[in-house]
Write a new protein. Structure first.
Length: 643
């Protein structure tokens, strides 16, 4: 586990600037030191520079990066873990490759030599990879199938820059600072920026399961893997449960490979309990578990986590998050680099902090909801289901004609707008924070003009197209797997765990688990209203029935209660300030109205106000700071982010 950064030149004959290029890559690595506090490695040659910060997990003595092949023509830096590296190494040694380390990293180098770009399909693990091929004068970037590990890139000044975190590109002077209007619009709809763009113009993310090839100044991006759009399993429900249990147990066992202390995040839900259960089966000592709770019983799951910890005999640690957790907000914003409004980042920060006191690696249960149908939104709301059963011909067309005629705020308008849509549209609306009509009132005319008619819903809705032949609930799960999972859930866990120099592994997103889950039909995942049906059947006898059958609680945060309990001033002070009102993105009158409605108790705008607050504080930290930065690339960006 580590952070990577570097560049490649447009021209294969670019002159060597070894000293200045070494200093450049060093700056890019220094700002992500938290990702790898144990070591720094840099390789610079004519045409490319690769750097990494290392958190030592496997092969502590000889696994330093960058790693090279036998004749030094292939160089690689890598963030992540490869769980099948031993099997691949045997195959590669039989093909004649010679190894000089015992690390999983070197396996990737020789796999690329042997299989070229197809090697990425053979890797079982999580990764952000950069390979410099000297003979081909080509840089390759690759990101794992689910998007567990991040990778950003930008073309600037004849070079392609890359980094695990956006702040490395800022340190390189590869970001001009302009806001990408479509990414801001996407953030306000869905809490996070798009999976293939960023909040800054010209800076992109490499999507999950994709690789980038940079040669002669041209970047080409293509998918090397996509989740299957078919449901091909033909066995019985009992067969599926039995096979799923085997696949999950094998995935957890493979993810426990480590030369440093290891533990697990435990929420008391089905997914994390399953991971802890399989870890217990595979371990000869008590598993270390870590949980977070709240004073508010509506959000607190500590009793359930304790029950699971007692059941499996774990060495359990916990922490209660209180309203003063907002004191870490500046640190959260700094570590995300982009505006990110999922407030569960707060407890994830704290659970990572307490885990780091005891272990260097943790396993989490992320991915189970998206693969096996765990979210409430996969089931229609009772009122919506009742509407769909009405014996009225053309009921959706009628609703579509009526709702625009109703005044804003009239009871029933939002419901009619929602039911007028098709299944895909209803789902998109169910996960949106600011709806299109609200954004019409929020945006200034000048910002609206920058969008040039682009809509976040349209952009994100294209993910449904490849799954058009699947049932609606399967489309929703595949949609979340490709969007919400990598850009919200996994981004949150990566940044918060890495902020504390701790590696988070995700066994439920193992290649084999993903592939098997994709084959299962919808009715095995959501059966007679029971979500995660096949997974719960697979876990019978291991996870307590009380955990399997309890209502899903989710990793929510009592933001509303915190703000009502004396923290409301943060909204008025920040969102009402002159600096905020003069940005030019939002209508001050609209923000003032929703702040007043919230403070008076007329309407609950907690989540929307949180989004606006996070964006404004992010803007102050990154854009305002960046606007004062010298255009001289020798200016070190860490002077503004490391304060």
């Amino acid at each position: 586990m580590c952070g990577i950064a570097g560049f490649a030149d447009r021209s294969p004959e670019s002159p060597s600037r070894r000293d200045s290029d070494f200093a450049l890559v060093h700056r890019m690595c220094q700002v992500i030191r938290h990702r790898g506090p144990d070591d720094e490695g840099i390789h610079v040659e004519s045409g490319a520079g690769l750097g990494m910060r290392r958190l030592s997990i496997i092969d502590l003595s000889t696994g330093q990066q960058p790693i090279h092949n036998e004749d030094d023509t292939i160089w690689l830096v890598f963030n992540g873990e490869i769980y099948n590296y031993r099997e691949l190494r045997v195959e590669l040694e039989q093909a004649g490759h010679r190894f000089y380390t015992a690390s999983d990293t070197e396996t990737i180098v020789h796999a690329y030599e042997q299989w070229g770009e197809e090697c990425f399909r053979r890797l079982r693990g999580m990764f952000g990879i950069a390979i410099w091929d000297r003979r081909a004068r080509t840089l390759l970037l690759a990101r794992d199938r689910a998007g567990i590990k991040p990778l950003h890139y930008a073309e600037h000044g004849g070079r392609l820059f890359f980094g695990s975190e956006l702040k490395s590109l800022l340190a390189a002077g590869a970001v001009d600072g302009g806001i990408d209007a479509e990414s801001l619009d996407h953030y306000l709809s869905f809490l996070y920026t798009p999976r293939d763009r960023s909040i800054f113009k010209g800076v992109n993310k490499l999507p999950p399961g994709h690789l980038l090839r940079w040669h002669d100044g041209k970047a080409t991006v293509r998918a090397f893997w996509q989740i299957d759009a078919r449901e091909s399993f033909r066995g019985t429900a009992e067969d599926a449960a039995q096979e799923l249990r085997r696949v999950m147990a094998d995935a957890v066992r493979s993810h426990m490979v480590s030369d440093v202390p290891l533990g697990a995040f435990l929420s008391g839900g089905v997914d994390s309990s399953a991971v802890v259960g399989f870890m217990t089966e595979a371990s000869d000592r008590p598993v270390k578990t870590f949980s977070i709770g709240f004073d508010d019983p509506e959000f607190d799951e500590l009793d359930h986590a304790r029950a699971v910890a007692t059941h499996f005999g774990t060495e359990h640690h916990e922490f209660v998050v209180r309203p003063d957790a907002l004191g870490i907000l500046d640190q959260l914003i700094e570590h995300f680099d982009e505006p990110f409004a999922d407030s569960s980042a707060i407890p994830t920060w704290y659970v990572s902090e307490i885990a780091r006191r005891h272990v260097t690696v943790v396993l989490s249960g992320d991915g189970g909801d998206e693969l096996f149908g765990g979210y409430d939104r996969y089931l229609p709301h009772p009122r919506v289901a009742q509407f769909d059963r009405l014996p009225i011909p053309g009921r959706r067309r009628i609703a579509s004609a009526v709702w625009p005629l109703l005044p804003h705020g009239v009871q029933g308008k939002n419901f009619l707008r929602h039911v007028a849509r098709d299944d895909n549209g209803r789902f998109l609306e169910s996960v949106a924070l600011f709806r299109e009509d609200e954004k019409d009132a929020l945006y200034t005319p000048s910002f609206r003009a920058q969008l040039n008619g682009a809509r976040a819903e349209d952009r994100l809705g294209r993910h449904f197209e490849r799954f058009a032949r699947l049932p609606a609930q399967s489309r929703m799960m595949r949609f979340d797997f490709e969007t919400y999972l990598p850009e919200d859930v996994l981004t949150k866990v990566d940044r918060m765990s890495m902020a504390h120099s701790i590696e988070s592994r995700v066994p439920l997103l193992d290649n084999d688990v993903i592939d098997f889950a994709a084959t299962l039909p919808t009715e095995m995942k959501i059966h007679q209203g029971r979500r995660k049906h096949v997974m719960k059947e697979a876990l019978k006898g291991m996870v307590p029935d009380a955990i399997l059958n309890r209502k899903k609680q989710g990793f929510g945060v009592p933001l509303g209660a915190w703000f009502r309990g004396g923290l409301t001033d943060v909204f008025a002070d920040v969102l009402g300030s002159a600096r905020t009102r003069q940005r030019g993105y939002f209508q001050p009158a609209f923000i003032e109205r929703i702040v007043q409605e919230h403070l008076s108790g007329r309407r609950d705008h907690t989540l929307q106000l949180w989004q606006l607050l996070v964006f404004e504080l992010w803007h102050r930290h990154y854009v305002d700071q960046l606007s004062y930065r010298s255009v001289d690339s020798t200016t070190v960006y860490q002077s503004s982010v490391g304060r």
